[in-house]
Design a protein around this ligand. Structure first.
Ligand SMILES: Cc1cc2nc3c(=O)[nH]c(=O)nc-3n(C[C@H](O)[C@H](O)[C@H](O)COP(=O)(O)O)c2cc1C
Ligand code: SF4
Length: 368
């Protein structure tokens, strides 16, 4: 039964439909939540989603922030975040803090006195622009690991139900895994074991910081889908096994990065490619591999309640995440729970992707 209470990745939830991390662009000038963000989460909670994962939150003051990004890199962030989480809980919602080190995947940097960082300083194409970056020193890597762990500890203090470390889509931990971006010759580059070291050190440090029972989730690419030198599915599965050994509570499987092959990135235009649930086959294989080791879920292109039910019933996957459909219809889980069999009305155009007050373009058109 889809709409029954369940326990997913260490968290009790009303259903296994998860709001995947969605950058909201709703921070104030200090990087703290605005009233609009609080309302966004309350609306999602009332709409019946099982657990919400926050938009990616800045974990380290070493790099610039994304424009209007929520910060969790200093202790003064804890109180405003705690106020927001309390309101989510008062609305019966569950919320996980997604923490990230962005590296050169950052789009609209703020804070020019800080540098954009990456494993090896390989320039990164963002459409027509090229993002230059500075190679990380070993000391900086150690400092980042420590920042990530402290950020997770702040999330716990603020009352979040868990943390998710973002290691997908070409953000820094994902970039370490990708041979195209990681040319390092030290213990953080070369073999898969070395390329996974940054991620695994972050997870070990997070676990130590938050204790053995706190939910620690990871978002991971099943593959990078690049022309050359991307992380492969075989490699990703090995990384998942290592993550399970590190007592990660749940893995959310995604895929792709900023330089994936055309239409192979994380946020695909489903109607055009006619490819819904585009990572489901990979995720199903991974969930079988990780059975009894850790909880596995998947995100990407789920648009119908029938697909969600069928996927959960026929695989070892424990949860299904959605992003864009819940931007257009935050009450979609409740609509389905009440018996609607209609697909999501989101047309996967991705015009919601932006930096300020992120919302479905159709809502904005209505407002204007
Ligand atoms: C507006 C927008 C913001 C996003 N922000 C994040 C983010 O902060 N962290 C993240 O891991 N993924 C982010 N994503 C990716 C989604 O979590 C998800 O992986 C992707 O949209 C595919 O799922 P969907 O087909 O259900 O939209 C974002 C996607 C969109 C469209
Ligand atoms: S802007 Fe397009 S992709 Fe985004 S929620 Fe609206 S319909 Fe879906």
């Amino acid at each position: 039964m889809l709409f029954e209470s369940c326990h997913i990745g260490g968290i009790d939830a009303v259903c296994p439909i998860i709001r995947s991390a969605t950058f909201e662009g709703m921070a104030d000038e200090h990087g703290h939540p605005t009233e609009r963000l609080v309302q966004t989460y309350k609306t999602l909670a009332h709409g019946g989603v099982g657990i919400m994962i926050s938009g990616m939150m800045a974990a380290s003051s070493m790099e610039p922030y994304q424009h209007r990004q929520i910060r969790i890199d200093t202790d003064d962030c804890i109180t405003p975040l705690a106020d927001m989480v309390q309101q989510v809980h008062d609305s019966q919602g569950k919320i996980i803090a997604q923490i990230v080190v962005m590296g050169s995947a950052i789009l609209l940097p703020e804070g020019e006195n800080r540098t954009i960082i990456s494993p090896s300083g390989v320039p990164e194409k963002h459409g027509r622009t090229v993002q230059e970056s500075q190679l990380l020193t070993t000391a900086q890597i150690h400092a980042l690991v420590s920042s990530v762990a402290t950020a997770a500890q702040r999330a716990k203090k603020a009352g979040y139900d868990g943390v998710q470390f973002h290691s997908a889509h070409g953000y820094l931990a994902s970039k370490f895994l990708t041979p195209y971006f990681n040319h390092r010759q030290d213990q953080y580059g070369g073999t898969l074991e070395n390329r996974a070291r940054f991620l695994l050190e972050c997870i070990t440090a997070i676990r130590t910081a938050v204790g053995p029972d706190y939910p620690v989730w990871v978002k991971l690419n099943c593959a990078d889908f690049m022309k050359e030198d991307g992380l492969t599915f075989e490699e990703s599965q090995q990384v998942m096994l290592w993550l399970a050994d590190k007592k990660v509570t749940a893995i959310e499987i995604s895929g792709g990065n900023t330089v994936s092959l055309p239409r192979q990135g994380p946020i695909r235009a489903i109607r055009r490619t006619k490819e819904p649930m585009y990572f489901a086959q990979y995720a199903a294989k991974a969930a079988a591999l990780l059975k009894n080791k850790t909880t596995v879920g998947v995100v990407g292109g789920f648009r119908t309640v029938q697909d969600i039910e069928q996927t959960l019933n026929t695989t070892n996957l424990s949860f299904i995440s959605m992003c864009r459909p819940l931007l257009r219809q935050p009450d979609l889980p409740n609509l389905w729970k009440q018996g609607s069999t209609e697909p999501a009305t989101c047309i996967s155009c991705s015009r919601c992707f932006g930096a300020d007050d992120v919302d479905c373009i159709f809502h904005k058109t209505k407002e204007s």
